[in-house]
Design a protein around this ligand. Structure first.
Ligand code: SIN
Length: 489
C-alpha cells in the first residue's frame, strides 16, 4: 500500500492545509509484516509543531465559543465517516501496524465510538452553583476548556488512541495538535483527512509528524499549550513529566502495564480460558492492558493450562491482511528480541515452554518469506517471580502461568509491581469479587471480564502506569478547568 493508495500523500495537516516539512525531509513508513516501505511521510520538527500550535491558538476563540451542539455535530459527522470508511481505514491500520484485519476493523469502530461518546458528552458539560457561607453571596462553578492541547499517541492503537484524546478535547471547546507515533502516522493522517472533509474549521485539529523530541519539546515550551495527553511507555512518560514541570503543563499519562490475570479454583474455566486468550493475544500481546502474567490457583492449574495450550495452538500466525490470521507480526526488531529474551530467561530459570517459544516464519499468499518479526504464540508453565516475564511487560504473544495457593497470596503477587494499569480475575464467589476489586491496586479491573475497554469508562492507571483518565465523563473533565466565581449580590 502506498501513501497514494491510502488516499493522501503523507503531508501533515496544519491549519487545515496539507504541508510538507520546511526542510522537505520525509521518513518511510514500513509494513511490519513485510518490511516494505508503504508510504513516505513529512518529517517535521519544532518549526512545524510551533506552526500547528499557533494555528490551534488562532482557532481556539471561535471553537470555544461555538455552541456545544455544533461541536457535537461535527464530532458525530467524523465518527460516522470513520464508520463508513471502516474497511479502508482498517487496511491502512493493518498495513502500518500489522494487526489482523478483523481487529483493525474493531479498532476503527472503537475509535469512532470515542468521538460519538464525546459528541454526546459535549452537551452535558454542566456548571454548578454552591451555597455560600455568608448572606449576600452566590458561588458559581464554571467548567471551561483548558485551551490549546496536544496529544502524543502510540503505535499499538494508531486510530483509537487518537480519537480517545481528540474527542473529549474538541467536545469541550479545546483545540488540539496531534503527534502520532513515527511507526504508524498513516491512520492519524487518514482521520485528519476525514476531519477536513466533514468541515472542522482550520486549526481546530492539526496533525504533525516527524522528530518526536523536537515536536514534544515544542509542546512543552510553547507558552500556549495548556495540556498534553500522552499514551506510551513509563520511561518516556517520566521524561515528559520533567519537561512539563518547567511551565507546569497539565498532563495525562497512560503508561505501561503488567497486568495479572488471576484464575481461582471456583472460576468458570471456559470463561477464564476465553478471557485469557482475548486479553493476552489481542494485537499479538501488544496492548498496555493485556494480561502479562497468568496466576492460577493450584487446584485447577493443570486443567486450565491444558485448555489454554490447546486454544493457543489453534491460533494462526501470519500477515494481518491474510484470511484467518489471528496473530500478526510484532512491530519491530526490538520488540521481537524482547519477547525472545523473556522466553529464554524463563527457560533458563526453570520454566517449561508448552507451546510456541520461538520465532515463526509464515509466508505470504504467494509463498514468499515475510519479515522476521513473527513470534509463535507461547504458553509457559512454572513461571516464577524472578523471571523477566513476571516482572515487566513482555508486549508479545507469551502467556506465562504461575500457580498460587491462597487468595491473599494472589493479591500480594498481583500488586507486587510498580505498575497499576489493569488486572483481571475469574471467580464465581461474589464476596471475592468485592474483596479483589477493592484490594487490587489497578485503575482498570476486570472481574470475570478480560475485555473491559469502552468509551464510557474512565480508562487509566495508578502507580507508575500514570495518572489521568480517558473516556467517560471523567475523561472529558481532563480537558476542563474549573473557574469558581464568587458573586456579591
Ligand atoms: C492500550 O493498549 O493502551 C489500549 C487498550 C484499550 O483501550 O483497550
Amino acid at each position: 500500500m502506498t501513501a497514494v493508495a491510502c488516499g493522501f500523500d503523507g503531508r501533515m495537516i496544519i491549519d487545515g492545509i496539507r504541508r510538507d516539512a520546511v526542510s522537505g525531509k520525509r521518513f518511510e513508513v514500513r509494513n511490519p509484516a513485510t518490511d516494505e516501505a508503504i508510504a513516505s511521510v513529512a518529517s517535521g520538527g519544532a518549526e512545524e509543531a510551533n506552526a500547528a500550535i499557533d494555528a490551534a491558538v488562532r482557532a481556539l476563540p471561535a471553537w470555544r465559543e461555538r455552541p456545544a451542539v455544533e461541536r457535537a455535530r461535527l464530532l458525530l459527522a467524523l465518527s460516522r465517516r470513520m464508520l463508513e470508511e471502516r474497511d479502508r481505514l482498517a487496511r491502512i491500520l493493518t498495513a502500518e501496524q500489522g494487526k489482523p484485519l478483523g481487529e483493525a476493523r474493531g479498532e476503527i469502530e472503537y475509535a469512532a465510538s470515542f468521538l460519538e461518546w464525546s459528541a454526546e458528552d459535549a452537551r452535558r458539560l454542566l456548571g454548578e452553583t454552591v451555597p455560600a457561607s455568608v448572606p449576600g453571596k452566590r458561588i458559581l462553578i464554571l467548567a471551561r476548556p483548558v485551551g490549546v492541547t496536544a496529544a502524543i499517541t502510540p503505535w499499538n492503537f494508531p486510530a483509537a488512541m487518537i480519537t480517545r484524546k481528540l474527542g473529549p478535547a474538541l467536545a469541550v471547546g479545546c483545540t488540539q495538535v496531534v503527534k502520532a507515533a513515527e511507526l504508524t502516522p498513516l491512520s492519524a493522517l487518514a482521520i485528519g483527512e476525514l476531519a477536513i472533509e466533514v468541515g472542522f474549521p482550520p486549526g481546530v485539529m492539526n496533525f504533525v509528524s516527524g522528530d518526536p523530541e523536537q515536536i514534544a519539546g515544542a509542546f512543552f515550551s510553547h507558552p500556549e499549550v495548556r495540556k498534553v495527553s500522552f499514551t506510551g511507555s513509563t520511561e518516556v512518560g517520566k521524561i515528559l513529566m520533567r519537561q512539563a514541570a518547567d511551565r507546569v503543563v497539565r498532563l495525562s499519562l497512560e503508561l505501561g502495564g503488567h497486568a495479572p490475570l488471576i484464575v481461582f479454583d471456583d472460576a468458570d474455566l471456559d470463561r477464564a480460558v476465553a478471557g485469557a486468550m482475548g486479553s493476552k493475544f489481542r494485537n499479538a500481546g501488544q496492548t498496555c492492558i493485556c494480561a502479562n502474567r497468568l496466576l492460577v490457583q493450584r487446584g485447577i492449574a493443570e486443567e486450565f493450562t491444558r485448555r489454554l495450550t490447546e486454544a493457543v495452538q489453534a491460533l494462526v500466525v501470519g500477515p494481518g491482511d491474510a484470511e484467518g490470521v489471528s496473530i500478526g507480526p510484532l512491530i519491530d526488531d526490538a520488540a521481537i528480541s524482547k519477547v525472545e529474551a523473556h522466553v529464554a530467561d524463563a527457560q533458563r530459570r526453570g520454566a517449561r515452554v508448552l507451546c510456541g517459544g520461538a520465532r515463526a516464519h509464515p509466508k505470504d499468499a504467494r509463498g514468499r518469506r515475510l519479515a522476521d518479526r513473527f513470534f509463535e504464540p507461547t504458553v509457559i508453565e512454572g513461571a516464577g517471580p524472578a523471571m523477566l516475564c513476571m516482572r515487566e511487560e513482555t508486549f508479545g504473544p507469551v502467556a506465562p502461568v504461575m500457580t498460587f495457593d491462597t487468595e491473599e497470596q494472589a493479591i500480594e503477587i498481583a500488586n507486587g509491581t510498580p505498575f497499576g494499569l489493569a488486572a483481571y480475575f475469574f471467580t464465581r464467589d461474589a464476596s471475592r469479587i468485592w474483596r479483589l476489586s477493592e484490594r487490587l491496586d489497578f485503575g482498570v479491573i476486570g472481574a470475570n471480564d478480560a475485555l473491559p475497554s469502552a468509551p464510557q469508562v474512565p480508562f487509566g492507571g495508578v502507580k507508575q502506569s500514570g495518572f489521568g483518565r480517558e473516556g467517560g465523563p471523567h475523561g472529558t473533565r481532563e480537558f476542563v478547568d474549573l473557574h469558581y466565581v464568587s458573586v456579591g449580590i
